[in-house]
Design a protein around this ligand. Structure first.
Ligand code: 8YV
Length: 352
């Protein structure tokens, strides 16, 4: 042991980011260097006496872990924008600061949200499957074979209503991408606890920014989002307040040609209900980056079996640029807190 502050890191952050920690001679770095998920027992033992922790979403940061660390712990920094794995009140109680990685992943996740909307509408999984299985040579071209609803509205179709569950940074960045596609009407349902006066101001600013293309932007209830959305993006945080917001009742209200995208949290959409909606054709298709219970999503999972479910293994933020920015920010947050400075991205626990 040394007297230097100890930082426990639960994933190797790679050759560009690890040196920000390991090259410093005023801190001691303890790294779970294995490729696998950090072992809980290892973590409980090694966190003892630590000043900081850099974690990813697979580490549960609860009272047990904080007690194992002891009173030296000043900061927990997660390489994610989501923080359901962190029991925030337990950290607040112990005066431990929390770092996270908003903003730097917004563009990557908005990109993939648009990609999933296009994939779901235009039957990417089903049609790529035909090619992969060698069935293309035997297929007979027909004027309306493999058609799906179009996302863009350039001249030849009625305008689309795009809906959002959650209207934070990623939803707004997704909307921005859809303006050139011709989207004119946008509805959303968001956290009822955030002040409506500031929402109103924000919405007016967005309308003005995208004028004259964007004609309307309205906060509505979840029922209206279900009934009116042609393309629905689920981009809310996880946790108990949003769990199964999209269930059978919700999905039954959606339009036959509607598409649902989930790039937020798997827990928001009830998997069995979505599989049923696709099977029974209450909706057209789905584009899914997150699934409840991931990564335990095998071949027999009800969503994996649905040909109209375009499903990705939680790669929304997985671009070289974004993961590098996230890892760097996670380390910067940790080091700033250890030095007693302002963290570049500290979770505001008053609003949690
Ligand atoms: C990550 C995410 O893949 O940031 C989040 O909340 O879900 C994704 O960007 C993952 O959580 C990284 O820890």
């Amino acid at each position: 042991g040394t007297n230097k502050p100890k930082v426990v890191v639960t994933r190797d952050l790679g050759p560009d980011v690890m040196p920000l920690l390991t090259k410093r001679d005023d801190i001691e770095v303890v790294l779970w260097a294995d490729d696998s998920v950090c072992d809980r027992q290892w973590l409980l033992e090694n966190v003892k006496g630590a000043t900081g922790m850099v974690v990813v979403f697979s580490e549960l940061v609860d009272a047990e872990l904080l007690d194992a660390a002891g009173p030296s712990l000043k900061v927990v920094s997660t390489m994610s924008v989501g923080y359901e794995h962190i029991h925030v009140p337990e950290l607040v109680k112990r005066n431990i600061r929390i770092g996270y990685t908003p903003d730097v992943l917004t563009d990557a996740v908005a990109d993939i949200s648009v990609m999933l909307a296009l994939m779901a509408g235009r039957n990417a999984r089903e049609t790529m499957g035909i090619v992969r299985e060698g069935l293309w040579p035997r297929s007979i071209w027909a004027p309306f074979a493999f058609c799906g609803p179009q996302l863009s509205t350039s001249g030849n179709s009625a305008s689309r209503t795009v809906g959002f569950l959650g209207f934070g940074r990623i939803s707004q960045a997704t909307l921005k991408r859809l303006i050139p596609f011709g989207v004119t009407d946008c509805i959303y349902s968001s956290n009822p606890n955030s002040p409506s006066a500031s929402k109103k101001e924000r919405d007016e600013a967005i309308l003005k920014q995208y004028s004259p293309q964007l004609k309307s932007l309205r906060g509505v209830d979840t029922d209206t989002v279900a009934r009116e959305s042609d393309v629905l993006f689920v981009l809310t945080p996880g946790g108990p307040s949003t769990r199964h917001l999209v269930n059978e009742e919700f999905l039954r209200k959606m339009k036959e040609h509607s598409v649902i995208v989930n790039a937020g949290r798997g827990t928001v959409v009830e998997s069995d209900a979505l599989a049923k909606a696709l099977r029974e054709k209450w909706i057209w298709g789905a584009g899914i980056d997150v699934v409840e219970g991931e990564p335990n999503v095998g071949k027999d999972h009800p969503l994996v079996k649905e040909p109209r479910c375009n499903i990705l293994p939680h790669i929304g933020s997985a671009s070289f640029e974004t993961r590098l920015a996230m890892a760097t920010l996670a380390v910067d947050n940790c080091l700033a807190a250890i030095g007693g400075q302002n963290m570049p991205a500290e979770l505001d626990v008053r609003i949690d």
